[in-house]
Write a protein that binds this ligand. Structure first.
Ligand code: FAD
Ligand code: UDP
Length: 373
């Protein structure tokens, strides 16, 4: 059989969609498949009663890369949503990330100088370089904040004691002596107006897409109809797990449609105690300020409770566990991948890398530059 397409793209997530769009724009023929019943991969949003529900976890676009921002805004206008989660510790509410509002509520301090003095006093218990997440957290914000806002949340999220977790995880969170509860230090931030699904549909406009199609169930016939394959599924699955399985953290979502207009008054509330079984509750309508496309207030609301869990084969892989053991196994798969001359491995699962959306777009654009002449 003659080759029909220049590229078969396995996966309609952001990596696949960027590659497909650029290839088509450059005159290449492309065919996209996805095993899920929807396009968009993990950024997929589903419309429920006028609310764009983030079906595979809340996604807030943020980036410092002007090139990526200019690229993605071709496909959607973005609103001015700023992520400012609230922490709920046994009914006490605190502002996140750690900033003057948090310190005021925790200690009653009013000036940055008083807050800095309080932190300095509490971090004295850590001497030397922090050896684990617990020590790192106390050294950044002191024991009170560690006990109320970090310990329970982190142990639920990672399923491990804070003393056994690497220090770097907590360094992602900003600590500020200003009244600023913007969670991200990013130049650009927002949510695509009309939902992520519409944005990805715009990227894939005019491109043939077949859903509910697992690559491995039709590999021979699919390989035969394309010059090259862009594979964005799990790299170990491509090789039939022959060297072992890479590990992930998984998340289970419990969604509820409520016949009330406002459940928690914010898009994200983190439950930072140990006893509450979920890590956080997302109330999706607040990503778009509680309005429908016409600007009307939405009468109902959809919430999702997130439960963090250890991943097992068959679960949705969410967060790659980039520890030593898994990184070493990934390096072996990567060596095997280098011998597959017809296949390019890309994206969060294909490269086993915890990419944010902007990084995955940048990686796909970089690959396009190399690959498409
Ligand atoms: P994916 O979106 O996973 O797409 C891969 C696609 O390949 C999937 O649709 C899958 O069905 C398909 N596929 C796999 N195997 C096969 C097969 N055998 N046959 C056919 N199809 C197959 N990033 C941010 O910037 N901000 C956030 O707030 C944010 N929040 C997140 C929250 C959660 C819970 C998670 C898990 C991630 C979050 N991210 C966030 C990261 C973001 O989701 C990723 O950067 C991005 O979606 C990765 O795109 P991708 O195309 O590499 O992978
Ligand atoms: N974290 C915490 N309390 C919170 C929010 C976050 O202790 O209320 C910790 C937790 O250990 C988490 C880390 O900060 O893993 C980084 O948070 P971020 O929101 O960046 O995590 P992500 O889910 O994006 O990996």
């Amino acid at each position: 059989m003659d080759d029909v397409y220049d590229y078969l793209i396995v996966g309609s997530g952001l990596y696949g969609a960027v590659f497909a769009h650029e290839a088509k724009k450059n005159g290449k023929s492309v065919f996209v498949i996805d095993k899920r019943p929807n396009i968009g991969g993990n950024v997929y949003t589903e419309n429920v009663e006028g609310i764009h529900v983030h079906k595979y976890g809340a996604h807030i676009f943020h980036t410092n890369h002007t090139e990526v921002w200019n690229y993605i805004t071709q496909f959607a206008a973005f609103n001015r949503f700023t992520n400012s989660p609230v922490a709920n510790y046994k009914g006490e509410l605190y502002s996140l990330p750690f900033n003057m509002y948090t310190f005021n509520k925790m200690w009653g301090v009013v000036t940055p100088e008083e807050a800095a003095a309080k932190i300095a006093e509490q971090r004295r218990e850590i001497t030397g370089e922090p050896k684990n997440l617990e020590e790192q957290a106390i050294s950044l914000v002191g024991r009170d904040i560690y006990e109320k806002l970090i310990k329970g949340y982190t142990e639920k999220q990672w399923g491990r004691d804070c003393k056994e977790l690497p220090a770097f995880i907590i360094k992602r969170l900003p600590v500020r002596l200003t009244f600023d509860n913007n969670y991200f230090n990013a130049l650009y931030q927002g949510i695509p107006v009309g939902g992520y699904t519409q944005m990805v549909a715009n990227m894939l406009e005019g491109i043939e897409v077949r859903l509910n199609t697992d690559y491995f169930e039709h590999k021979e016939e699919l390989d035969a109809i394309a010059e090259k394959v862009i594979y964005t599924g799990p790299i170990d699955a491509y090789f039939d797990f022959k060297l072992g399985t890479l590990e992930y953290r998984s998340v289970r979502f419990e969604n509820e449609l409520l016949d009330i207009p406002n459940f928690q008054g914010n898009a994200a509330v983190n439950y930072t105690d140990c006893e509450t079984p979920w890590t956080r509750i997302i109330e999706h309508k607040w990503f778009e300020f509680g309005k429908d496309a016409q600007g009307n207030d939405l009468p109902k609301t959809v919430i999702s409770r997130e439960f963090s869990s250890e991943w097992k084969l068959g679960d949705e892989p969410y967060y790659p566990v980039n520890d030593e053991k898994n990184s070493a196994l990934y390096a072996k798969y990567k060596a095997l991948a280098a011998n597959e001359s017809k296949v390019i491995f890309g994206g969060r699962l294909g490269e086993y890398k915890y990419y944010d959306m902007d990084a995955v777009i940048a990686a796909a654009l970089e690959m396009c530059k190399k690959e498409i002449s």
